[in-house]
Write a protein that binds this ligand. Sequence first.
Ligand code: IMP
Ligand code: MG
Length: 356
Amino acid sequence: MLSRILRNNIRRFSTLNSSSLITNVDVCFGCSWGDEGKGKIVAQLAKSKKYDFVCRWAGGNNAGHTVYLDGNKYKTHLIPSGVFYGINSIIGPGCVININSFFEEIDYLKKNGFNTDLIKISPKTHVIEESHITEDKADYGHQGTTSRGIAPCYRDKYGRIGKRVEYFDEFRDYLWDGNLNGNILCEGAQGMWLDIDHGNYPYVTSSTTLPYGSCSLGFPPQLINKIFGACKIYDTRVGTDPDFPEYLMDDDELLNLAIKGNEYGVSTGRFRKTNWLNVDKLIMAINVSGTTDLVISKVDILEEYGVFKLYYKNQLQIFSNIDNMKTFIEEKIKNNCLMLNRMLFSGDPETVENLI
Ligand code: IMP
Ligand code: MG
């Protein structure tokens, strides 16, 4: 209630540009370790034509989004999915950008007939340089990074010696004026447990993956309305993480689930380690992020696989069928997540029923 009153009172709030008028902000956020199906949610929301801007607030081309459109499958790493639906697409100041990879994505989108004039980058976005990539490959291998230069680039940013987009002439046609207006959708990258503060440090990425990070685009937190949290009905993880040990893949049941679920990373093609859903961690992710609308995907995969297990209070729970498992999840989450308004289960790689 309080937030609705505040939101109405700040309808006339101006962003960095005094002529702008934001009416609403919704955020899509990953509740797990990335790869939760955020792309599917963002694409469906963007397709609804409700939004005037789709924005990325963190990360770089370490992310990977898959969008299905008119029977075709498209993959992007940095450019927000708004471009697929004719919506302004902003790369915010909290992101990092690789020049070659950005222009490769621009060419790919142009070749496929999308309007790349809609894409704008904040002049404050930091640029990933060749030296960052070389250093990532040489010194961060033990963390299982994506080798895209993310950590060294953010280190230079926070060490205040980084180079911003504004110094690079290559981006002159794509500079964002800082203006946002109307209805805004913010597209998260990675997820809760890869967050620089809340993840299993140092096995994390170097940015704020939580929804509050979206305010770095230049609006106050009171404007955020819905937070769509994405997760799967089982957990997956790429990259090194003692919470997600390599020996999980020695378990035939989990290995076969990963194969059945086609668990390969969009960005690096790496196989994803797979484990049963950790409900305790999911509850924490929902509560820390303020998730209002939870989408649990890949229910079809588990249903076809026919093994129904999860962890709750660190104990393995086994169910005889998918419906019993869904009821259990629903009850535990409802009782423990008081800010959550709805929970949707999805078994379709392209859409979420009743999302809008
Ligand atoms: P970095 O972001 O490349 O530095 O990688 C840090 C950690 O985050 C590694 O464990 C990566 O595998 C993981 N990671 C980074 N981006 C993604 C993503 O989009 N999906 C899943 N894992 C990711
Ligand atoms: Mg992804």
